[in-house]
Design a protein around this ligand. Structure first.
Ligand SMILES: *[C@@H]1O[C@H](CO)[C@@H](O)[C@H](O)[C@H]1NC(C)=O
Ligand SMILES: *[C@@H]1O[C@H](CO)[C@@H](O)[C@H](O)[C@H]1NC(C)=O
Ligand SMILES: *[C@@H]1O[C@H](CO)[C@@H](O)[C@H](O)[C@H]1NC(C)=O
Ligand SMILES: *[C@@H]1O[C@H](CO)[C@@H](O)[C@H](O)[C@H]1NC(C)=O
Ligand SMILES: [Zn+2]
Length: 453
């Protein structure tokens, strides 16, 4: 019996499916506590052991596990040539829609595998990591329904996790929180290529940089702007964001996308950390005007977001990927592989298998390959339009120098902690204190507070 289909039919009528059925597949359209979220993920893993893997990447301040469900043909480990993808939701505990969307996405992916060839090909060609809640303590502390800012935004130590990462443009003195550290460790263990980070309180797909300084010629603009605009539009246009009337008085964004810095600067954000330190292209998705809307709206949110969630995952296959070898066919780790004109603040390097993944739109490119201690070589490459579907172009590179023994990646050590500029230019707005925010919220209950992502 197809329990998923059954639940989709019955749940909207108000039956409490989860309680009645032994299977996990009848995920209802309601909010799930940390306990039922954990139960659901464990049941998914038990029912679909060959394509899922469940693990905790660490604990919140209050000791709640940060559960990640991994989906793929080989879910427990990286496979050469299969890119790593992630979705992260609920880092602001009171922005809750995507937390539920990711649970529904998980249910959809596992139940469609074997029935729907598109989903099967996505799972076969990608390793997908899903962290439905990065801030479970904040979620539990949030009082629904509440469209505006609440203290559930913060972790239990009252830190904003999206201001808690190392920042390349100015010093971030905020003490790194357990939830942040867990994500940083996770990124160290997996070579993520593409990611999205979900929020609420606006309707827009926002892309790096979120911060900047005078060392960046065009403020806030990355060398991968074309790719980021494409990625952001892939989500916004497929989720009808561009058609939204905006949220109350806030901005209307052309095509439903914006550069993060030009919207408002964020210091210590996760998106820039992914792009700069993690070699992972991450965008920030604001998918609901209301941060914590009534549960009755969740089914509609799922209908709107599902096509975008699927299309966005497929973008991990843009561009080119391959391995760098020496002339004896030993993989070279730690080689810098970048497109000429797109050098990154922390150069993008090959992993321990000598693999590289570069997200690029169709076009003609020149790859620049540098093995530490040797001179750079360049290679011209065409990425034809309309080629990528479930694999980037595969392009291995044999480095013609003397044999180099594989070294382990040392990127974290070699990348500067911050892009140097003269400090104290006074351009950055001060982060409002929690007190000030709560005070303002009391004083002006209808005021739209700027903080969403
Ligand atoms: C996915 O992989 C499985 C196992 O290798 C294979 O049987 C199946 O045909 C693949 N599906 C598609 C759509 O390629
Ligand atoms: C998106 O917008 C189009 C045009 O207004 C509409 O036909 C479609 O139903 C919308 N999709 C969803 C899922 O609401
Ligand atoms: C190639 O990359 C190396 C290392 O990042 C850099 O020093 C060099 O300037 C680059 N060459 C070109 C042509 O971009
Ligand atoms: C790459 O360059 C060639 C020669 O100029 C051109 O014919 C081709 O269309 C280009 N390919 C792409 C994808 O732009
Ligand atoms: Zn947020």
């Amino acid at each position: 019996m197809d329990l998923a289909r059954f639940s989709r039919t019955v749940a909207p009528l108000g039956f409490f499916v989860v309680g009645l059925l032994p299977s996990v597949l009848g995920l209802d359209f309601g909010y799930h506590s940390s306990e039922s979220l954990e139960k659901f993920l464990k049941a998914v893993n038990q029912n679909y052991p060959s394509i899922t893997h469940l693990h905790s990447i660490g604990k919140s301040v209050a000791g709640r596990d940060l559960w990640v469900l991994v989906l793929g043909r080989f879910p427990t480990k990286h496979t050469i040539g299969i890119p790593e993808f992630k979705y992260v939701a609920n880092m602001h505990g009171d922005e809750v829609v995507a937390r539920e969307m990711l649970l529904h996405l998980i249910e959809y992916l596992v139940t469609e595998y074997g029935k729907n060839s598109e989903i099967e090909q996505i799972i076969n060609s990608t390793r997908i990591h899903i962290l439905p809640s990065m801030n479970p303590d904040g979620f539990e502390a949030s009082d629904p329904p509440n469209c505006m800012f609440s203290n559930g935004r913060f972790n239990k130590n009252m830190f904003d996790l999206n201001r808690n990462f190392p920042d390349a443009f100015e010093a971030n003195t905020a003490e790194i929180q357990p939830e942040t550290q867990a994500v940083m460790d996770w990124m160290q263990n997996e070579n993520f290529v593409l990611s999205a980070n979900f929020h609420g309180g606006a309707m827009v797909a926002s892309f790096p940089y979120d911060n900047s300084n005078s060392a960046i010629a065009a403020k806030g603009v990355t060398p991968d702007q074309d790719v980021f605009r494409h990625l952001a539009k892939t989500y916004s246009l497929n989720a009808n964001m561009s058609r939204s009337d905006g949220c109350d008085d806030s901005n209307r964004f052309e095509d439903g996308i914006t550069n993060g810095y030009s919207w408002y600067p964020v210091k210590g954000g996760m998106q820039d950390y992914n792009y700069i330190w993690g070699q992972c292209f991450e965008i920030t998705l604001e998918i609901s005007c209301c941060k914590y809307p009534p549960a009755s709206s969740l089914q509609n949110f799922w209908a709107i977001n599902r096509p975008a969630l699927i299309k966005y995952m497929k973008q991990v296959h843009l561009g080119v990927k391959g391995q760098v070898f020496d002339i004896r066919r030993n993989p070279i780790a730690n080689a810098i592989v970048e497109e000429v004109g797109r050098s990154h603040i922390c150069p993008y390097r090959t992993n321990q298998n000598g693999e590289y993944y570069l997200l690029l739109l169709p076009g003609n490119y020149t790859l620049n390959v540098t093995v530490p201690g040797s001179k750079s070589i360049t290679q011209k490459l065409e990425l034809p339009a309309g080629q990528q579907l479930y694999s980037a172009r595969n392009y291995d590179i044999v480095y013609p120098g003397p044999t180099v023994r594989a070294t382990s990646p040392t990127q974290a050590a070699s990348c500067p902690k911050a892009v140097s500029v003269s400090s104290n230019n006074g351009a950055m707005p001060l982060k409002p204190t929690t007190f000030a925010l709560s005070f303002l919220a009391t004083l002006l209950p209808t005021m739209v507070l700027p903080q969403t992502h």
